[in-house]
Design a protein around this ligand. Structure first.
Ligand code: SF4
Length: 327
């Protein structure tokens, strides 16, 4: 892996659960519960898991769009969690985010040109004619036309709106973009176009991506490395090929068994997990996965340990880490 641009250590985001007339805190939702990850310059880390596993919250806590409860986030060597709001705003030029729903993240009252121009003005990159020229250049770079600058968000299709969201993120020349389910609201045919655009921009501009998604086929296409989250924790992380060819954690195995595979020789039997993922307000003790784990259920001895002792991420092979007592 190239030198780490982003280093996240033991990141936690707990939301208080309040009840009663006086809104007493009666519990905590452990949405992100000790996440550590690195993203190298120019690489893509796919952060995957079912909805509710905490991956979106982790992405937002890294950017401090929501304040982390504890942990460390270092970007280019600077600790972000202790930065003053003004310093954090300045640093957002280097880390941008693209949201799942491009429509709700674009201001309906501003033309596309004003929206992108606003980002250029806030960060004192360009104004006036220079800003207009830069907007035209950015629109071309995401496959739109310069004259789209005069239109409003509602005049575009979903895929075009996501292109506008990407152009706005690129305006400030970031080194890292957090892509929060960037294609999951789009039609399948459009998804491929946006993923191809992201890859082309990455190669041309040397961008790093934290690609947050639940769609494992899309993640396989775009990622260099993959981290799998379950109930607020990373349970497995490895290079893309290693994780897709030989997942070690039973949760990753079950997720990958549900991905459609065209080649019959590569197809594996589907592993259906019992029950729903538990609530992060009441995570099971020990290994969070134990009530649904087919590996532990085969061995009563293992299950006793899995119920009481949380497995730590450990190196199972070079660059391949897994949090499981048995894997
Ligand atoms: Fe299953 Fe135990 Fe491994 Fe957790 S630690 S994944 S319960 S075998």
């Amino acid at each position: 892996m190239s030198a780490a641009l982003l280093e996240v250590r033991d990141l936690r985001k707990h939301f208080p659960v309040r009840r009663g007339l006086f809104s007493r805190v009666v519990g905590q939702v452990r949405a992100v519960d000790g996440v550590s990850l690195d993203v190298g310059a120019g690489e893509t880390l796919g952060l995957v898991g079912e909805s509710g596993c905490g991956k979106t919250t982790a992405g937002r806590a890294i950017l401090r769009l929501i304040e982390p409860t504890s942990g460390s986030v270092r970007f280019e060597g600077t600790e972000l969690t202790t930065l003053a709001p003004r310093e954090m705003r300045a640093l957002r030029r280097r880390i941008q985010i693209v949201f799942q729903d491009p429509y709700s993240s674009l201001n309906p009252r501003l033309t596309v040109g004003s929206m992108i121009g606003e980002a250029l003005a806030i960060h004192r990159i360009a104004r006036g004619a220079a800003a207009r020229a830069r907007v035209a250049e950015l629109l071309l770079s995401v496959g739109l036309a310069p004259d789209h600058a005069g239109r409003y968000a509602h005049e575009f299709s979903g895929g075009q709106r996501q292109r506008i969201g990407i152009a706005r993120a690129l305006a400030v020349e970031p080194r890292l973009i957090v892509l929060d389910e960037p294609v999951s609201a789009l039609d399948v045919s459009i998804q491929a176009q946006i993923v191809n655009l992201l890859q082309e921009l990455q190669q041309r501009l040397g961008l790093a991506y934290l690609f947050v998604a639940h769609d494992l086929a899309v993640v396989e296409h775009i990622s260099d490395r993959v981290a799998v989250m379950y109930l607020g924790r990373i349970v497995e992380t490895a290079g893309r090929d290693a994780i897709y060819a030989g997942p070690l954690h039973p949760y990753t195995q079950s997720l990958l068994s549900a991905v459609p595979v065209a080649d019959p020789a590569r197809r594996k039997p589907r592993i259906v997990l019992p029950g729903e993922a538990p609530s992060p307000a009441h995570p099971p003790g020990g290994c969070h996965f134990h009530p649904r784990c087919f590996l532990a259920q085969r061995s009563g001895v293992a299950m006793a340990r899995c119920r009481t002792e949380a497995p730590q991420l450990r190196e199972a092979a070079p660059g391949h880490q897994v949090a499981c007592h048995l894997a």
